[in-house]
Design a protein around this ligand. Structure first.
Ligand code: SAH
Length: 550
């Protein structure tokens, strides 16, 4: 199963079971009907539309409602060729688990997992599976069925009384209850060989072939295909592309691997299986098993420097959510790592309270250089008074080629100033500047100079890190400077914990503003001379800075 399942509920009575299933699949989102369910992760308006959209997107569906409702909702899509994700109906009290669709996408496996957690028997109805204790058409990871239509006929023959032999290594079938016989006419054949599936065989390719690219030139995809064809090996038996470490940063390699649908790994002094054949710079090697093939070489590490946004999950970009879901290691303040949930237990959290950002950045490179997928977490935007610049600096200072070979990406987020401004209306609707009042890493007189110039330029200003226990007087001094250039009526917005449960927004004037009203979780916006306000119908004020000047 590639994607995390969606758990869909109609009413609050299903929430308890939904949460039990979410504990089983921490990445799964609970979708609840708007107005009827509180405590869901997503709210929907129309059950049918939601189900169909998720189904089309190939999302596994666990619907906590009557099977009939699910069937009716998806019926219009069933004629279409295309995605067929697993679809299950689960009784809202958890007493029944009914796999409905997605037999080849692992629905029965999903049903067994859910049923085990709910301590009930799954309603498995697939004859082959009931009879043989395994779905022959769904071999485990590392094995590919060559021809599904041929496979269906094969299983029908077995159900009709034919017996079978196993040729090749099929360790997962050891547990199955198959009608084995030495002299059987039918056979399960596990081989890397490229050949059309015969009427009397179930052809399964183990992913044991490794294609090693000596130098990334030419049309690599074609070269790999040609090499496989010349060696009479099935493309479905390809386990991975291998390349020498020195080509790690070559984007063409990543592109071919994606086009071929296999992972890309890099080799140095790894123990490699002997060369099977070689053609035009492509060496093919055969591992003894898919398990062995899967651990040869190591992937290019990735370091994603991400911004969570101000707090609420809905303000996090999908790219950031994806990076978090794919991460093996997460680094950041404990609060931010918590905000990045849901995470899986196997994802390693390196929580730190220390302020040593450079140390954290270097630790991130060390992990990523060893081939891991690493995420460095900031709140808001990672480039705004946060980790991205520290990560860049750490790399700039390093002459370690392994660090420079890491796939580095910075994924933006909604910065506190933008989130707070949006809550208030548009106080940053014209030219503005962002200033951190922290003098930890810059001299205070630079800050004073910038405040004076921003004041003189009539820029709206957003203050980050306005005050803290260690920096108690700086905000008061900053306001003195601002007041030299801005009238007491100038509008001020204080946004505290924006996007988080304790969110508070306050609009006042520069004359009224006292440092005591502000803490380190507050973002301070000082308007320009043109920033204005007017009452909003639901109470409070809208604040905006017009786009014009006069
Ligand atoms: N990278 C972050 C800023 C980190 S500096 C961003 O782009 O938002 C930390 C300061 O940001 C805090 O002292 C506070 O002034 C501000 N801040 C961060 N998150 C905030 C939030 N949710 N609400 C209000 N201010 C916030």
């Amino acid at each position: 199963m590639n994607a995390s399942p969606a758990i869909i509920i109609l009413g609050a009575s299903a929430l308890a079971t939904a949460k039990r299933l979410q504990a089983l699949y921490p990445q799964a989102r609970i979708h609840g009907l708007q107005g009827r369910v509180e405590g869901a992760d997503e709210l929907y308006q129309d059950f049918g539309d939601t189900l169909r959209a998720l189904y089309r997107g190939n999302t596994p569906l666990i619907a906590l409602c009557a099977a009939g409702i699910v069937i009716r909702s998806l019926a219009p899509l069933l004629q279409e060729k295309g995605a067929e994700p697993p679809v299950l109906a689960v009784a809202e009290d958890g007493s029944a688990v009914v796999p409905l669709l997605g037999g080849l996408a692992g629905v029965n496996r999903l049903a067994r997992g859910i049923a085990a957690a709910l301590e009930v028997a799954p309603a498995i109805t697939t004859s082959g599976e009931l009879r043989f204790g395994t779905c022959l058409l769904e071999p485990p990871a590392g094995y590919e069925l060559a021809d599904i239509e041929q496979g269906k006929r094969f299983v029908a023959d077995l159900l009709g009384g034919e017996s079978l032999r196993i040729e090749g290594e099929a360790p997962w079938l050891a547990e199955a209850k198959l009608p084995l016989a030495e002299d059987a006419r039918r056979s399960v054949r596990v081989t890397c060989e490229a050949r059309p599936a015969q009427r009397d065989e179930l052809l399964i390719h183990p992913r044991c072939v490794l294609a090693e690219i000596e130098a990334p030139t030419g049309n690599l995809e074609t070269l790999v295909h040609n090499a496989l064809a010349a060696a009479n090996l099935a493309p479905a038996a390809l386990a991975a592309l291998l390349a020498p470490r020195e080509h790690m940063a070559d984007v063409r390699l990543g592109e071919v691997a994606r086009a071929l649908g296999v992972p890309l790994r890099f080799i140095a002094e790894d123990v490699l299986p002997p060369v099977h054949s070689s053609q035009n710079g492509i060496r093919l090697r055969l591992a003894d098993s898919p398990e062995q093939a899967a651990v040869i070489g190591r992937p290019r590490g990735r370091l994603s420097v991400i911004g969570l946004g101000p707090g609420a999950a809905e303000h996090m970009t999908p790219a950031v959510r994806r990076a978090l879901d794919e991460a093996e290691d997460l680094l950041g303040y404990e609060t931010y790592v918590k905000m990045a949930e849901p995470l899986r237990p196997e994802q390693v959290r390196h929580c730190t309270d220390n302020r040593e950002e450079m140390q954290r950045a270097r630790h991130a490179f060390e992990l990523a250089a060893s081939g891991r997928k690493v995420v460095v977490i900031s709140s808001g935007d990672p480039g705004v008074f946060a980790m991205a610049a520290a990560v860049m600096e750490a790399l700039h200072e390093s002459d370690d080629p392994e660090w420079h070979n890491v796939e580095l990406e910075v994924l933006p987020g909604v910065s506190a100033a933008l989130a707070a401004a949006a809550k208030a209306g548009a106080p940053l609707g014209h030219d503005f500047c962002l200033i951190s009042l922290s003098d930890n890493l810059k001299p205070w007189d630079i800050i004073e100079k910038r405040l004076a110039h921003a004041g003189l330029a009539d820029l709206a200003m957003a203050f980050y890190n306005p005050i803290s226990k260690a920096r108690p007087w700086q905000l008061g001094r900053a306001l003195e400077i601002v007041r030299e250039h801005r009238a007491p009526e100038t509008l001020v917005v204080l946004g505290r914990d924006i996007g988080r449960p304790a969110e508070a927004l306050r609009v006042l004037t520069l004359g009224e503003l006292q440092p005591e009203m502000v803490d380190m979780r507050t973002l301070v916006i000082i308007g320009s001379s043109l920033t204005r306000r007017f009452p909003r119908a639901d109470g409070g004020d809208w604040v905006y800075t017009p786009r014009w000047y006069r």
